[in-house]
Design a protein around this ligand. Structure first.
Ligand code: NAD
Ligand code: TYD
Length: 339
């Protein structure tokens, strides 16, 4: 079994590589990654010398390079994590989201169609469903919820999902799609809520909470996302969408306060800043289908996962300090300077 894992130098892709290394040591894994600002080769250091792992620096939107690699390597399965993934950046500059998330996915789908694979799995997001109102806690996203996107990021991910469905229906390409809720855990880029708050808190810097902090996200430990994708690859039905989430809804402000208290800091660090444009209120996944069909259940409870995550960031300061002291500084200033 040879598996192409795109975006494997990012947060979830790298965790997936480590997960597959552990659970399927016989697989040949090839990571395809452009190494954008969000890709980090240091993350993959533990597998770089593994004879059953190979890293290839490549842009998934570069058709010729992608075709050449497919021809040379002949993958059995492709799992597509590669994406521009941050909503705030998509509000600032949508174009690159279309280039990678839409056109890049289309190039991969064509490559799979031309060279043949037994599965193309698209790693998508619950954000394609839009948001739910705060006053309707009885509502959840199911696989039947219509697509209703808010940000350029979610619109680009939804477009990619539609292309996957089109390639299934039109060409019979064996695709599956998963739509997961917000992930947290080791190696998450410090622009995202949880690592950003941990990093700022340890440095006694202001903690920028958008709006009133009442928006709700449904948090899942990254390894539970990886185990769900593995199950879909093994037993998932072609052409289907699987929602992934662990019924762990939290308000942003409660997450931030939890981090403040865990690090022994003062709530005075919390600073309410101008809200995100088009800010989705609530995400909440109904994971009944994947549970009934594939027996998937999350293993890590939030109260344990968040402690492990905070500890990981404390134990791996050079990993994220290198990032926040580099090009990221300019982004942070631009995004938060006058907010
Ligand atoms: P990330 O930003 O941490 O990593 C993305 C990776 O893709 C980086 O290594 C980057 O270098 C690479 N990449 C970007 N453009 C590329 C291109 N053109 N060619 C090749 N590689 C490229 O993102 P993440 O949080 O790990 O998300 C991975 C996937 O999971 C994305 O598709 C995202 O939409 C999806 N997802 C994320 C979450 C979440 O909470 N983070 C939740 C649900 C779904
Ligand atoms: P984020 O981690 O960017 O994920 P997503 O937008 O994909 O859900 O943000 C999670 C929530 O935290 C979202 O409601 C926006 C909010 N947020 C802040 O309040 N402050 C911040 O500095 C960031 C990055 C996010």
């Amino acid at each position: 079994m040879k598996m192409f894992i795109t975006g494997g130098a990012g947060f979830i892709g790298s965790n997936f590589i480590f997960y597959m290394r552990k659970t399927h040591p016989d697989y040949d894994l090839v990571c395809l990654d452009k190494l954008t600002y969000a890709g980090n080769l240091e993350t993959l250091a533990p597998v770089m010398n593994d004879p059953k792992f190979r890293f290839v620096r490549i842009d998934i939107a570069e058709r010729k390079a992608v075709y050449d690699l497919f021809e040379a390597e002949k993958p059995d399965v492709v799992v597509n994590f590669a994406a521009e993934s941050h909503v705030d950046r998509s509000i600032e500059n949508p174009a690159v989201f279309l280039e990678t998330n839409v056109m890049g996915t289309q190039v991969l789908l064509d490559a799979c169609r031309i060279f043949g694979v037994s599965r193309f799995h698209q790693v998508s997001t619950d954000e394609v469903y839009g948001d739910l109102p705060l006053d309707r806690p009885d509502l959840f996203f199911t696989e039947q919820t219509p697509i209703h996107t808010s940000s350029p990021y979610s619109a680009s991910k939804a477009s990619a999902d539609l292309l996957c469905n089109a390639y299934f229906r039109t060409y019979g390409l064996p695709i599956t799609i998963s739509r997961c809720s917000n992930n947290y855990g080791p190696y998450q880029f410090p622009e995202k809520l949880i690592p950003l708050m941990i990093a700022n808190c340890t440095a006694d810097k202001p903690l920028p909470v958008y709006g009133q902090g009442l928006n709700v996200r449904d948090w899942l430990y990254v390894e539970d996302h990886c185990s769900a994708i593995d199950l879909i690859l093994q037993g998932g039905k072609e052409g289907l969408v699987y929602n992934i989430g662990g019924h762990n809804e939290m308000r942003n402000i409660d997450i931030v306060k939890l981090i403040v208290h865990a690090l022994g800091k003062s709530e005075e660090l919390i600073t309410y800043v101008t809200d995100r444009k088009g800010h989705d209120m609530r995400y909440a996944i109904d994971p009944t289908f994947i549970h009934n069909e594939l027996g998937w259940l999350p293993e890590t409870k939030f109260e344990n996962g968040i402690v492990k995550t905070i500890q990981w960031y404390l134990d791996n300061r050079p990993w994220w300090e290198n990032i926040i002291n580099g090009e990221y500084k300019t982004y942070y200033e631009r995004m938060y300077g006058n907010r």
